[in-house]
Write a protein that binds this ligand. Sequence first.
Ligand code: FUC
Length: 756
Amino acid sequence: MAAQGNGNRMLLEYAAPAKQWVEALPVGNGRMGAMVFGGAARERIQFNESTIWTGGPHSYARAGASRHLGEIRSLLFAGKQREAESLAQVQFMSAPLRQRTYQAFGDLTLTFAGIDSSAVTDYRRLLDLDSAVSTTRFRVGTVTYTRRVFASYPARAIVMQISADQPGAVSFSVTPTSMHASHRRVRMGTDQLSMQGMVENGVISFDARLLVRADGGNVTLGDTIATVTGANSATLVLAGATNYVRYDDVTADPIATNTRVIAAVRMRTWNQLLAAHVADHQALFGRTSIRLGEQPVGAAGYTDDRVRKFREGKDPQLAALLFQYGRYLLIASSRAGGQPANLQGLWNDSNTPPWDSKWTVNINTEMNYWLAEPANLAELATPLFDMVRDVAETGRATAKEMYGARGWVLHHNTDIWRGTAPINQSNHGIWPTGGAWLTQHLWWRYEYGGDTRFLRDTAYQVMKSAARFFVDNLVVDPKTGRLISGPSNSPELGGLVMGPTMDHQIIRALFANTARAAEILGVDRAFRDTLRTMGARIAPNKIGRLGQLQEWLEDVDDPKNEHRHVSHLWGLHPGDEITFRGTPDVFAAARTSLEQRGDGGTGWSKAWKINFWARLRDGDHAYRMLETLLTLVEGTRTQMAGGGVYPNLFDAHPPFQIDGNFGAAAGMIEMVMQSVSGEIELLPALPSAWPSGRITGLRARGGFDVDLEWMDGRLQRVTITNRLGNATRVRYGDVVIELKPAKGKVVLNARLMPGS
Ligand code: FUC
């Protein structure tokens, strides 16, 4: 089978320029993002920088709120939910009530005076995921024009080349603009324009810097516009920076930063910049390959048409493209030193984006990072870990002021100022397990990579302090004597309650992982015992009157409610306390709950259901969810029903929200390989739609790399590289093979798997 990049390139391809933002093609380097529209006579490159936010350093913890905690709990225990919510809304919420907003940065507008759109032929634009370069190519008369755009992590800039296959044919003007009213443009030297300004309602100042270079011809610089005439080719470099350093420090100098970035870029040719970018990207992207079918070529290969026809079942490779697009988007939006991927990754053209394009942590942010470890992109979680370190600091004040508790707490949202207090509405904002959920990702890093130093220096203190909050904050349920969490809610259904099932699953996992980490590190014996004793007293999963897994302490689930959140199945995924072999009854109840919830939902809801159905070992149902996600959403970006993808394959919540892209990619891994309960299970939920395939470079817990290949629905061959020398079990159907604790490579083929 040909590897990708070798006759089976991973391309998003279109026959016409983007008319709307969700048709444009995204590039990103973890700090800056750009959307390339591909217009022939007029090109728009809309760009972002991930630290352009409203607001400034601020602690959102409401001083003295803990005085009201007892009364809120008493009201809830007495069945007075509305009164509890009203009291909490006044006394127990973030100050101020709302967090801040991620902003657009600007646009580069390029005008090609000599190009008449109506004379354009052979138009094609594409995004090549293998090289992370977007290309627009077309012909006017006898001249073929090519434009290429990439976002370089090593150069810290967006780079664009405009070329033609005839000398002297490149002429255009380019100007940076911004929706921020304060922006002003300044000429710098002979070849740079600077666009400087400040975000309204805040303290963030920014600089965008455009360097214009031409090969042949002339560059003239006006006050706001650069003009290139009669060149053979031209290179544009766009740098962007702000004064943001961290949540409590805004003392950086964006102009100085960009001056440094441009000085370094100046030393390099376009080809050198391109080569460094491609090498950097491929070192990450190239670790994993996937083949589920053939990539159609020619007119049949246009991505929007492929999505339209996906249900015909003849293009399984489109699912492979969606998988690799998820990996591409994570590389583009989450790199060391930057912010973690927010609700839109880092792509945003609005100053009032949906949900402020923050980090919603009652599912969305975590979903963004589900694929990092198994899809072999572990280092891309670094910005998430940095954010967790920050909220573990700011969350201390929230724990103290609002709960009188030690440790740290994060509720259902955070922003670039690392707000941790409950926001917006008490009925869903008061949900104290956001931080605890995020610590799962620290533990995963250790589980997949075995890095004890990371566990000791980065993960453990944060986990321990998150666990300490719940040691102080769990309360005894007067009815059952069990430990429960509250006030809280089951996101975002049913309002403020005591003891939602999801909280208990998350806290149990936090306690277990923290105790295990302490054991590995040989520290905190007494605390370990506390966590294990208290963990065992937390209210257990309960099966209700309809055979469902109860979402709450009381058996009140409504089997007709098709709400998008399915929070009480957290223990099935991304948690692992509910398993086919370990807890068969609760496993069956989880399935009943999911059936009752149905197959609807927003983009991320459908993506979560791919993962759920994979864990439930129903590959065809998981595939049906993938099919509903791979449904084209055309037209408006703001309607609220649905779940699908836009023409550029951005997940349509709708509107655009990137979690569904990442969650779907992670779900596809769960369909072909799972590593829970100390074993690696192969093809646990293979759908009949993928009879044959090959996927290489996955990672499993315990330090294993896995390549697998199947044919006619049966495993052909698996190669497992044991990086750490741990023992494990490999399972395929009824076959179980024990792997010896030794580093090295093991190849198992169909013959070695009797009964398979
Ligand atoms: C939660 C979800 C919404 C959306 C928002 C960002 O409120 O219920 O569907 O994902 O977060």
